[in-house]
Design a protein around this ligand. Structure first.
Ligand SMILES: Cc1cc2nc3c(=O)[nH]c(=O)nc-3n(C[C@H](O)[C@H](O)[C@H](O)COP(=O)(O)OP(=O)(O)OC[C@H]3O[C@@H](n4cnc5c(N)ncnc54)[C@H](O)[C@@H]3O)c2cc1C
Length: 337
């Protein structure tokens, strides 16, 4: 059923706990409600914002437009063969509930993505990734409501142009589609991916290499490294790990031998943004009520009553410091409104 609220506070709807309001808040668990709504109004991409769990937003001001909040539910196997199972999941389901379901049923492909906050609907937009796995690898199809054309659409994985924390939904399609359902193609046979971070060591502590133990290991690692959003409101990694040319990375490595550099394709290399921030002297530092977490320099936290602007100012200072020291420009991973 559709519910429309006016001048609605988003404080409980973003993990930075910023008290910004939106002009209209439109929520429903029925696709047709969104179709009817978007057909009734002429909306541009600047007028709308689509919200999931709000774990990747920083509101620096009130939002004068319409916030769509899709709450489609359900998790259903729609097709299977000897190798794969196709699961259609409502965009309003919690991502980690879906991962738990997959692991319980013995389906692999998302276990390394355990405990990432947010809703299923955001996963094709963000192409979430962790510990050597990305959601884009297992997304088969996306169902959505086209805000501008006013109808339902089916979008194939190849049209989504998944990249590192990136997809067509963040670029040319920004704010155009309300994702309602996502179909994932999971594997019936388990091929563990342990060669990232200390997943292998953590699994070894638990015993056999099983789906359940990989999930447990990932959760343990994340809990030891990341601040709990309920205590330290945050949006996970604030910046993307910068991708630069191999030649630039080699030159930096000469000056800073400790710099972690990862191969990402021909002629390119990815740097650890957290390391750059720490070396630039910002780990554990604060600016007003906004702070850089003392265990994980990539995470900015609200120390209590920070405004979105305070957090954005801190992010800018960090960007400047990293650029001055390393000549590398950090790009936010978080959506800044
Ligand atoms: C503690 C913490 C740890 C994190 N760790 C990771 C990590 O390891 N890896 C990682 O990739 N991310 C991580 N994140 C970031 C975040 O959890 C993911 O980006 C997640 O997918 C965001 O989901 P959400 O539902 O909260 O989306 P939101 O923050 O609400 O939205 C994110 C984007 O998706 C769009 N969107 C959301 N729902 C829909 C929909 N139904 N239809 C169309 N567009 C939609 C929004 O418009 C926005 O552009 C972390 C965040 C936190 C707070």
């Amino acid at each position: 059923m559709m519910d429309i609220k006016e001048y609605f506070s988003l404080e409980d709807y973003n993990t930075f706990s910023i008290d910004a309001t939106c002009r209209y808040f439109v929520e429903s668990d029925v696709e047709e409600d969104f179709v009817d709504f978007v057909k009734s109004y002429e909306l541009s991409s600047d007028d709308v914002l689509i919200l999931g769990g709000g774990s990747n937003f920083l509101f620096t001001d009130d939002f004068e437009g319409v916030v769509f909040y899709p709450r489609m539910k359900g998790c259903e196997v729609i097709r299977e063969d000897d190798e794969h199972v196709y699961v259609r999941v409502g965009s309003g389901e919690l991502w980690d509930d879906f991962v738990a379901w997959a692991v319980e049923h013995g389906y692999s492909g998302v276990e390394n993505l355990s405990a990432i906050p947010g809703h299923v609907g955001a996963t094709p937009v963000q192409n979430i990734g962790a510990y050597g796995m990305e959601a884009g690898e297992v997304i088969a199809q996306v169902e959505a409501v086209d805000i501008f054309k006013g109808g339902k659409v089916m979008i194939g994985a190849d049209e989504c142009h998944f990249g590192y924390r990136d997809s067509a939904f963040k670029r040319g399609w920004k704010n155009r589609f309300i994702v309602t359902y996502v179909t994932f193609c999971l594997n019936k046979h388990f091929t563990p991916r342990l060669n990232y971070g200390n997943v292998k060591e953590e699994v070894a502590k638990l015993g056999e290499v099983s789906l359940a133990n990989v999930r447990k290991a990932v959760i343990t690692i994340r809990e030891s490294k990341l601040p709990d959003v309920k205590i330290w409101p945050n949006a996970g990694s604030f910046f993307k790990n910068p991708v630069i040319s191999r030649a630039e990375a080699d030159a930096l490595k000469k000056d800073y031998p400790g710099l972690p550099v990862y191969e990402v394709g021909e002629g390119e290399a990815k740097l650890a943004a957290g390391w750059l921030i720490e070396q630039a002297g910002w780990k554990g530092k604060s600016l007003g009520n906004a702070a850089v977490h003392d265990k994980q320099a990539l995470v900015l936290v609200n120390r209590g009553h920070a405004t979105g602007l305070e957090i954005a100012c801190l992010a800018n200072e960090i960007k400047k410091a990293v650029f001055m020291r390393f000549g590398v420009m950090l790009e936010p991973e978080v959506n800044i409104i």
